[in-house]
Ligand binder design. Structure first.
Ligand SMILES: [Zn+2]
Length: 138
């Protein structure tokens, strides 16, 4: 069963099935992006018309498709921030997940209240900064 991802603003579930649905914005254009709900899996499905505009290294703004709020982390604006619940532990405080906003940069951090887990080969580039400035707000 996949993790349940939700918007930190309106708390709407963002993966009604296996994919996480986000609105991506770049260069004044918007498109829907479907991300994998599996941590460390960076395969994504997107609107080709939109995605052909975005090149590796570009910074993308992600928005909630339900409330339209920006999902950029207020603590570290290099990252997009979502809430995540393990369906086996729904009684727990949702974990905070942050992933890089840079196209093709695979860096994801998950904080569950106890420890930070990292995914993606670029995570090590941000490891120290995340530990020092992360301020997970718990
Ligand atoms: Zn929302």
């Amino acid at each position: 069963m996949p993790h349940i991802y939700s918007c930190p603003h309106c708390h709407a579930v963002l993966n009604p099935n296996i994919r996480v649905v986000l609105v991506a914005e770049f260069g004044g254009q918007r498109g829907l992006v479907l991300m994998s709900s599996k941590l460390g899996d960076y395969e994504l499905i997107c609107d080709k018309g939109f995605c052909s505009q975005v090149k590796p290294g570009d910074t993308v703004d992600f928005h909630c498709p339900v409330c339209n709020e920006s999902l950029t982390s207020k603590t570290m604006d290099h990252f997009t921030e979502l809430e995540m619940v393990d369906p086996r532990k729904t009684h727990q405080h949702p974990a905070t997940i942050r992933f890089s906003r840079i196209c093709n940069e695979r860096a994801t951090f998950v904080y569950d209240g106890d420890s930070v887990n990292e995914f993606g080969e670029a995570a090590r580039l941000y490891h120290d900064k995340m530990m020092i400035e992360g301020d997970w707000g718990w």
